[in-house]
Design a protein around this ligand. Structure first.
Ligand code: SAH
Length: 218
């Protein structure tokens, strides 16, 4: 017999496929690159061990420090809406587990991501490095100010909900860029808003209602 290779067996492949077909495709997400990324990224590697078996359920999950990894469908929906492609550069506010950053990094050229909880910033940076995402640049800090050194961004994804859209993020959006953000009071239902910059002007659309963790300030 040949040598035994210690290759990581992906015991959740079937569960992940069910997640994509039953939660994401069924609700109308069609973008091929987004679906490919959702099929590839092993969500169970982004949740605490005690939730590993729930990783492909239709729900957000706790990741510690009062924060959550978003529901898979919401991650897919937000990814599709910002129209990711290989040449684009993305900024994410709220790295959390690093899952949304990984999904974007499967499609776009480069992802910059900022997390305000120092422990989560360190954990997600370690995780993304371990998983080989050399095109994700992590930073600890308050994402309110964006990341001016690397602006403008074709895509800005905010995964925590402020009362109002931070002006620096609007300023750092590239021409033809898309910014998606949940807006609303922490205890209430929030609205998912899409901003597009066209000829220097901002167009706003209200997409759907969501519930995200609050956007914090340092
Ligand atoms: N995208 C994450 C979702 C994490 S929940 C994932 O895929 O797992 C949202 C995250 O936003 C939390 O980790 C929270 O700590 C972080 N956050 C809240 N306010 C922030 C701010 N001003 N700047 C950066 N991160 C922030």
């Amino acid at each position: 017999m040949g040598g035994f290779i210690f290759q990581q067996v992906d015991k959740y492949e079937a569960a992940r496929e069910r997640m994509v077909t039953q939660q994401i495709v069924s609700r109308g997400v069609k973008d091929a690159a987004t679906l490919r990324a959702m099929r590839k990224v092993q969500r169970h590697l982004f949740v605490p061990r005690e939730y590993e078996r729930d990783a492909y359920d239709d729900t957000p999950l706790p990741i510690g420090y009062g924060q959550t990894i978003s529901q898979p469908y919401i991650v897919a929906y937000m990814t599709e809406v910002v129209r990711p492609s290989a040449k684009k550069k993305a900024l994410e506010i709220g790295t959390g587990s690093g899952y949304q950053a990984a999904i974007l990094a499967e499609i776009v050229g480069k992802v910059y991501t900022i997390e305000i909880v120092p422990e989560l910033a360190r954990e997600s940076e370690d995780r993304l490095k371990r998983l080989g995402y050399s095109n994700i640049i992590c930073k600890y800090g308050d994402g309110y100010k964006g990341w001016p050194e690397h602006a403008p961004f074709d895509i800005i994804v905010v995964t925590a909900a402020p009362d109002e859209i931070p002006q620096p993020l609007i300023d750092q959006l590239a021409e033809n860029g898309r910014l998606i953000i949940p807006v609303g009071a922490p205890s209430a239902v929030q609205e998912l808003i899409l901003l597009e910059k066209k000829n220097g002007k901002i167009e706003k659309s209200r997409l759907t209602f969501v519930r995200f963790v609050p956007f914090r300030r340092l």
